[in-house]
Design a protein around this ligand. Structure first.
Ligand code: NAP
Length: 286
């Protein structure tokens, strides 16, 4: 039976991915940071060599973009060197590696970027995630590099649950603000998980942009969350300069799922229907 090792298992994607892999009947080894710190090369070697996974899905990362901007050595250590540890030892046991990368690897021109576009690494976070991609490609005979859209999903205990946090913010304020000049593809972790396991059943190795279909501004995203939640709080349209940030995040994180299409692997549903589905689930938990 195929065995899947998943890093970052307490994270937003990791949580939904493990559930999905269990549902499909895979044997899984879920590794949170306590069980495996990916920067610890010796522990990474021991865990991978003793479990001998068929697949390794590597979701663990430092994901706070502003923190990474000010602590780039830590970002490179975790997102770059940590990925190298995972990639190197996974390949030694002949595992196929899925490396979860980023949608923030491109620029400010408002358009959809495909896998064939050259990257423009504006932030330290982007540089560290791209370093992770290069390590996966360098060390793995069989790899999938997956660049997802703006992720939502997980549960209300996840500190970075974007949807739940907007809900709380809207309950505590008469109005909330959101940027009209930043664009991306909101993507449900549960849907992304299905596409990741679809890839495992192929030998179409390479790089994939995987998002729910369509794109929107941050403002559209937040407004749709608040409307779906059935809350009357006003959402104000602001320029992104309104939010003081350390990292110069690109204006466009819109991804075109070119490689999924060209290999007839099927596309995910629209971000609006995905968000509706997730908010129905969230409402049943709060
Ligand atoms: N969120 C997004 O919008 C988005 C968009 C595109 C791509 N991605 C990528 O998708 C992946 C999953 O994102 P997510 O939103 O699920 O992130 P998340 O909730 O922040 O989960 C990441 C997990 O990695 C763990 N981690 C951090 N440093 C580690 C280390 N040294 N060793 C082992 N584990 C470590 C974290 O543990 P602690 O909580 O203990 O730090 C956390 O549980 C990441 O690779 C991210 O770069 C995310």
């Amino acid at each position: 039976m195929s065995k899947i090792l998943i890093t970052g298992s307490d994270g937003m994607l990791g949580t939904d991915l493990i559930k999905h892999c269990h549902d499909l009947g895979y044997e899984t080894l879920a590794l949170n940071r306590k069980k495996l710190d990916i920067t610890d090369r010796a522990s990474t070697k021991d865990l991978i060599e003793s479990y001998k996974p068929t697949f390794v899905i590597h979701t663990a990362a430092l994901t706070n973009v502003d923190f990474c901007e000010q602590n780039d050595q830590v970002a490179f250590q975790v997102n770059g060197c940590g990925t190298e540890n995972i990639a190197y030892y996974s390949n030694k046991v002949n595992a196929t590696v899925v490396y979860i990368s980023s949608c923030g690897l491109f620029g400010d021109e408002i358009r959809a970027y495909s896998e064939h576009d050259n990257v423009q690494l504006k932030t330290k976070y982007a540089k560290s995630k791209y370093m992770g991609e290069q390590k996966a490609i360098q060390w793995c005979d069989r790899y999938f590099v997956v660049r997802p859209g703006w992720l939502f999903g997980g549960n209300i205990n996840h500190k970075k649950n974007f949807v739940y946090n907007r809900y709380l913010e809207s309950l505590n304020n008469s109005s909330i603000s959101s940027a009209v000049d930043k664009f991306g593809c909101p993507t449900y972790t549960k849907h992304l998980s299905t596409k990741i396991t679809d890839l495992l059943n192929t030998d179409y190795y390479g790089t994939y942009h995987i998002t729910n279909q369509g794109f929107c501004s941050r403002y559209d995203y937040v407004k749709t969350i608040i409307d779906n939640m059935g809350i009357k709080t006003e959402v104000k349209q602001v320029d992104s300069k309104y939010f003081i940030r350390n990292a110069p995040v690109p204006d466009s994180e819109i991804l075109n799922n070119n490689n999924l299409s060209s290999k007839s692997l099927g596309l995910l549903p629209s971000w609006e229907s995905a968000l509706e589905e997730y908010i129905r689930l969230l409402k049943s938990q709060i």
